[in-house]
Design a protein around this ligand. Structure first.
Ligand SMILES: Cc1cc2nc3c(=O)[nH]c(=O)nc-3n(C[C@H](O)[C@H](O)[C@H](O)COP(=O)(O)O)c2cc1C
Length: 370
């Protein structure tokens, strides 16, 4: 059997020959063809389970700590497919109350020298109602996170923005195992409104009121922006955000979203200028994501589960995140460069590393370096 990484090495040049969003759409179209009838064929390649990988979090059982990050399956079309690739959990979205076509293309770019992407998709999604109907018809087997964002419309501000978030929460939270509030989207003019602690306070008050009204106990997480740079992790606003979040009963943090800056990249400035604005993802985020994780873990005294995302493309990086305090990790850009076999490689590698270091489970290694 040809190993999956070798197969992906064959396909990658073809995919990378295509414009990035076209390659993305083509891959998802193939996955949609496979999903209804061909999942069994994926199992021998991708299935790898081990009891040491199980993580218990928020009363949920994650068969392994490797999840799909938000943005790859914005409309929740392929949840069963991601499960068949061996992900321990899937986060769909971001989904907003109203459907949105996003920013005009081109809006997704590869930076191969940096193993990175830049995107300014602009929250393109089918909207809460349509995604909810899709999810109602679908049976998922592993924990499902639903990532919510404010509708991409600069005229929806203040109270209206809170009402917009509450509307999608009301429609989608009953269908999720956890909800992530994306307050850190860099690709819309007002995507970061709720990173202001006062605005966040008002948003969380309203969201938790809806949760009470719906009689749900679903964990609500916050997705955070990257720190300003590798060197400036500490940020007083972040401390305030965490304090406000804890006051309201936020169950954990997802860190980090894409970055707006272009610090320390190998890609030439001329290419970066041609690409223009957008969120940077992939390997250049790794140091920042890891440092912020240490910081969050200490700030929250290890009491809140943390999901680490940003630049994870190897077992070494995934294991480092767990040791730095992540209960779970997520992948996006690493998958584009390494292929879907990355999920299995990380899981197998984690089991080996845990054994080498004398841990009987992922759970035992969480935060050991923090
Ligand atoms: C094309 C693209 C679209 C994304 N869309 C979303 C989104 O809708 N909501 C969200 O919370 N994060 C989104 N993200 C951010 C990822 O979930 C993740 O936080 C970020 O890419 C860092 O992880 P990575 O380095 O593994 O890609 C997107 C990322 C990419 C590359």
């Amino acid at each position: 059997m040809l190993p999956t990484f070798a197969m992906y090495r064959l396909f990658r040049p073809l995919l990378f020959h295509l414009e990035a969003e076209r390659a993305h759409r083509l891959t998802l179209a193939v996955a949609r063809l496979v999903q209804p009838w061909g999942l069994w064929a994926l199992t021998p390649y991708f299935n790898y389970e081990h009891p040491a990988l199980t993580v218990q979090c928020w009363h949920l059982t994650f068969p392994n700590p490797v999840g799909l990050a938000a943005g790859l399956d914005k409309n929740a079309r392929l949840v069963r497919f991601w499960e068949a690739l061996g992900f321990g959990f899937v986060e769909v979205g971001s989904i907003s109350a109203r459907p949105c076509s996003g920013n005009p293309p081109p809006r997704l770019f590869r930076l191969p020298e940096d193993r990175a992407l830049i995107n300014r998709m602009g929250l393109n999604n089918d909207g809460a109602e349509q995604v909810a109907r899709r999810l109602q018809r679908m049976r998922h087997r592993r924990p499902l996170g639903i990532n919510l964002a404010k509708t991409h419309d600069p005229s929806i501000l203040g109270e209206a923005a809170i009402a917009d978030f509450c509307e999608s929460f009301r429609r989608l939270a009953p269908l999720a195992d956890y909800v992530t509030l994306n307050i850190s989207c860099p690709n819309t003019a007002e995507g970061k409104t709720f990173e202001d602690p006062k605005a966040l306070d008002a948003l969380l008050r309203a969201i938790f009121a809806v949760r009470r009204e719906l009689k749900l106990s679903i964990p609500v997480l916050l997705k955070l922006s990257p720190p300003p740079s590798n060197r400036t992790i500490f940020d007083s606003q972040l401390e305030e955000i965490v304090a406000v979040a804890q006051t309201h009963g936020i169950a954990g943090f997802v860190a980090i979203n894409t970055a707006s800056d272009r610090a320390e990249l190998r890609t030439s400035p001329a290419i970066l200028t041609r690409i223009g604005p957008g969120g940077l993802s992939g390997r250049p985020l790794a140091t920042r994501a890891r440092c912020l994780l240490f910081y969050l873990y200490r700030l929250t005294e290890g009491k809140l589960p943390l999901i680490s995302v940003g630049g994870i493309d190897s077992v070494e990086e995934a294991y480092a995140r767990i040791r730095a305090g992540a209960s779970l990790v997520q992948l996006y850009t690493g998958l584009i460069y390494e292929g879907p076999g990355l999920v299995r490689r990380i899981k197998q590698g984690l089991v080996e590393k845990l054994e080498q270091d004398g841990f009987d489970s992922v759970q035992a290694a969480i935060g050991i370096d923090a």
